[in-house]
Each structure stands twice: as structure tokens, then as C-alpha cells.
Design a protein around this ligand. Structure first.
Ligand SMILES: [Zn+2]
Length: 223
């Protein structure tokens, strides 16, 4: 196989980290001009590849909440791994098969998170704990406790969405980015459909125009 080209030097993340608050995260507790752009699932392998390429060529810092059951994560592990190693892209646990945690037993919740955890550790050599995102955002005190029993103590929700877990147009995605790419927001997008990949330059420009710096959760919080 050809060598993976050199990684674009990423802009430095903010120097000062804050203590990780207990429990559910929905935003970033800061007055800094930072945006946590988080991206989930990965049902389309080509979208996974294009998002990784976007990160690599733009230096954008991203957090991927991945489901290891989607082949794209294995298909493109070699391309993604250096970005994970450098910290530019952080990996969070989104369960193995995108399960509704509230519909599972405690043991089922643990099994879904553990299988995905093991995949991430084996494939990328990093430990995602304590960060996970409950699929569909479905969680309650019981699911939180089951996840916490294996170290997943921070369910990461969001405050703003590109709404592209299903198919959306490029214009819809840009409109939602205009609405939600704001300081201290955690915004959710998806690696499922191609339209977002066709507006990466505009999304990048929006971030620049607003004076925002992208951050991962590890850029922001002390573990
Ligand atoms: Zn999801």
C-alpha cells in the first residue's frame, strides 16, 4: 500500500483545561471562542474516509462517536490512526451497534459499550473513557449507572445539530451550521450521508469567519 501522506499540522488547542463536570455534558463551560464539532455513527464508509481527509487537510479538531459495527472504521483505520495519535481527532464510544440503551438490560448496556470499547482500543490504541454518546440521545439514570459501572461516566449530549443522521441537502446542513456553530457549543453531525462532505469548505469558512477554534473534549477537559 502507498504510504499515508504527512499530517497537516493542527492549530494548537487552548492551553488551559477545565475540570470535567460530573454527569451529562451538553455544552462547554467556557467563555472562550471554542466549538466542539462532534460526529457520530459512520454508516457510509466513503463519508468516514472523506471526514478523515477533511480533518487531515484542514486541521479541524473533531470528536468521532463511532459504532465499530460499521465497516468504515476498519476500512479507514490506517488513515485515521495518526490523527487519533496526535490528539487532533478524539474517539468516543457510541455503542457497538447503535443500540437504544433504554431498551436494554443493564448487562446489555455494558455489553454494547464494552464491545465497542474493545474495538476502539484494539484498532486505534486509545481508551475512549469516560466519554460516550447514547444513541438517539436516549438515556436515563439507569443507563447512566450501567455505563458508569465500566468507566463511562460522561454521557455527551449536544446543543445544536446538523440533523444529518438521515439524508439532508447541502443547504439544510449549511443553514443548521449557521444556526449552531457558536462559541461553547457541542454540535452533533453524522458520518452517514455524502451531502455534508460537499460543503466542508463552507463549514470551515464559517468557523474561521466567526473566530472559532475547534476543540476535542480532551482539549477542553482534564480527564
Ligand atoms: Zn448515532
Amino acid at each position: 500500500m502507498p504510504p499515508v501522506p504527512a499530517v497537516t499540522p493542527a492549530p494548537a488547542p487552548p492551553a488551559a483545561k477545565v475540570p470535567l463536570p460530573a454527569g451529562v455534558l451538553t455544552g462547554l463551560p467556557t467563555t472562550d471562542q471554542v466549538l466542539a464539532w462532534t460526529v457520530d455513527d459512520g454508516s457510509d464508509s466513503e463519508v468516514v474516509r472523506l471526514y478523515v481527509e477533511f480533518a487531515r487537510t484542514s486541521g479541524t479538531r473533531l470528536t468521532f462517536f463511532l459504532n465499530g459495527s460499521y465497516p468504515g472504521w476498519s476500512d479507514h483505520a490506517r488513515l485515521l490512526k495518526p490523527l487519533v495519535a496526535s490528539g487532533q481527532v478524539q474517539l468516543g464510544n457510541h455503542t457497538w451497534s447503535h443500540a437504544d440503551l433504554t431498551a436494554l438490560s443493564d448487562a446489555g448496556i455494558v455489553a454494547e459499550l464494552q464491545r465497542n470499547h474493545d474495538f476502539i482500543v484494539a484498532t486505534f490504541g486509545v481508551d475512549p473513557r469516560p466519554y460516550y454518546r447514547p444513541p438517539y440521545g436516549y438515556r436515563d439514570e439507569r443507563t447512566d449507572a450501567a455505563a458508569a459501572s465500566i468507566g463511562y461516566t460522561s454521557p455527551v449530549m449536544w446543543y445544536g445539530s446538523l440533523a444529518d443522521s438521515g439524508l439532508r441537502t447541502e443547504q439544510e446542513i449549511l443553514g443548521l451550521a449557521d444556526q449552531w456553530f457558536l462559541p461553547a457549543h457541542i454540535v452533533i453531525g453524522h458520518l452517514n450521508f455524502l451531502p455534508v462532505t460537499r460543503v466542508f469548505p463552507q463549514l470551515r469558512q464559517l468557523i474561521t469567519d466567526r473566530g472559532l477554534t475547534t476543540v476535542t473534549l480532551d482539549d477542553m477537559f482534564q480527564r
